[in-house]
Design a protein around this ligand. Structure first.
Ligand SMILES: NC(=O)c1ccc[n+]([C@@H]2O[C@H](COP(=O)([O-])OP(=O)(O)OC[C@H]3O[C@@H](n4cnc5c(N)ncnc54)[C@H](O)[C@@H]3O)[C@@H](O)[C@H]2O)c1
Ligand SMILES: [Zn+2]
Length: 407
């Protein structure tokens, strides 16, 4: 099974395909040739040491068999790889093997190799060719589509970067089977986010989503029906998430829409303002980004409880629980979690805010699947965080009494 979506960026000649399905890795040379990266093009694969070696070997072998000269650079796992120092090593290696502007850099791995390789490709001789082969769920539904690439500097994440759209994105769903449950849950949280923003994100394509206020949006309905056999639905969900991300990027490639326009790139930030505060206060090694976003979505739902009503609030919270978006080991650290005041101090510094006293948030509204951008004071937000932490405590107790099977 294989689907191809097309991202066509307005006002530019650039458009690129996203291939999603099974057996995609083995067909990489054909997808590259389709976008003019013909055999003989020098390939520089960047991966990290946590990506199972068999995927690196498969990609290397199919490319070489098809007549592409291949170099593989394996960087360390983790955020440390998104650094100027690692970039320098890659520039040196790329020059040593004779990479030029028509050569292609291939990111093989999660969002970390993706962001690093994209920046390498954007800057090498003022821009070489770039292929994304995302192997984590997060990278497939989020980071590999949209062209934001960056490295970290000092302790500031993603602050040295560029917009570099790939020539083609190749997503093989089979590689997701080797992800750890925790990594899987983190990607699933970002996937679930799309269900809550679907209607706003697809605002210019209303025909592609059921718009009746009485119905659950397309993605939420699918998440609701999921039980043990839910993985069969995964390809449909990944494909739809990519469709949503592509629609938003096409509309607002460089995040220039006014920050109150919930159809712009800002809608992708649902759960992220709270989420970044959890990441910053708990530490990036304690909580994965996706888990923090899931915690942030819980806070956002409580912040809108009056608007959403009890039934909808419980419906969304039950889904977050049933999908296991916040794993047990994260919930178990709850006693050390920051106070609402500590979280709000971080949130006050969010770059979306016009001034520190008004925190700008992306919040769900009815009909579900739609979001708005609103400002709240820190004082207004305290009760929502307190309620969210009570909810997390109940989740922890429920999981201790009755653990849910690993997805
Ligand atoms: N550019 C964007 O628009 C964008 C959007 C979201 C996130 N990001 C960035 O993405 C990064 C996070 O990405 P991530 O969550 O994919 O992390 P990651 O790249 O670190 O991957 C997570 C872990 O999974 C391992 N791994 C990768 N594929 C695997 C597979 N198939 N089987 C088993 N293990 C595998 C990796 O070695 C790594 O240890 C962050 O740096 C974040 O800033 C960028
Ligand atoms: Zn995110």
């Amino acid at each position: 099974m294989h689907t191809t979506l097309h991202v066509s960026l307005e006002g530019q000649s650039h458009h690129y395909p996203l291939h999603i399905g099974q057996g995609i890795l083995s067909n990489l040379p054909a997808y590259m040739a389709d976008v003019g990266l013909i055999d003989g093009t020098r390939c520089f694969i960047v991966t990290d040491s946590g990506v199972p070696i068999r995927y690196v070997e498969t990609v290397g072998a199919v490319l070489e068999q098809a007549g592409y000269p291949v170099t593989v650079a394996t960087v360390m796992q983790g955020e440390g790889a998104k650094s100027i120092a690692v970039l320098e090593e890659l520039y040196a290696k790329a020059m040593a093997v004779g990479m030029n502007r028509s050569s292609v850099f291939i990111a093989l791995g999660g969002g970390i190799p993706g962001d690093l390789t994209g920046f390498l490709a954007a800057t090498y001789y003022r821009g070489a060719r770039f292929v994304q082969v995302p192997t984590t769920l997060l990278a497939q539904v989020d980071s590999s589509v949209g062209g934001k690439v960056a490295v970290n500097f000092g302790d500031v994440k993603n602050c040295i970067g560029a917009f570099k759209q790939p020539d083609v994105v190749c997503m093989d769903l089979e590689v997701l089977q080797s992800l750890s449950p925790s990594q899987y849950a983190a990607g699933l949280a970002e996937l679930f986010k799309y269900a809550l923003i679907e209607r706003s994100a697809l605002a210019v394509e209303p025909h592609s989503v059921e718009a009746s206020p009485l119905n659950m949006p397309w993605m939420l309905e699918r998440f609701e029906g999921l039980e043990t056999g839910w993985k069969t639905e995964l390809s449909t969900l990944v494909e739809h998430a990519c469709r949503i991300k592509a629609a938003v990027v096409i509309r607002d490639e460089h995040e220039q829409a006014t920050t109150f326009d919930a159809t712009g790139r800002v809608c992708l930030n649902l759960g992220h303002t709270f989420g970044h505060a959890y990441e910053a206060t708990l530490g990036y090694n304690t909580v994965l980004h996706g888990h923090a976003v899931a915690m942030g979505m819980v806070c956002s739902v409580f912040a809108q409880a009056d608007v959403l009503g009890d039934v909808t609030v419980s419906r969304v919270l039950n889904l977050i629980h049933e999908l296991g978006l916040i794993p047990y080991d994260v919930l178990a650290t709850l006693p050390e979690w920051p106070s609402p005041e500590a979280l709000l101090q971080v949130m006050a510094k969010d770059k979306k805010n016009m001034d520190a006293s008004r925190i700008r948030l992306i919040l769900p509204v009815l009909p579900l699947g739609q979001v708005v951008v609103q400002e709240r004071s820190a004082r207004q937000l305290i009760p929502s965080i307190v309620k969210a932490h009570e909810y997390f405590r109940h989740q922890l107790e429920a999981l201790m009494a009755n653990p849910i099977p690993q997805l």
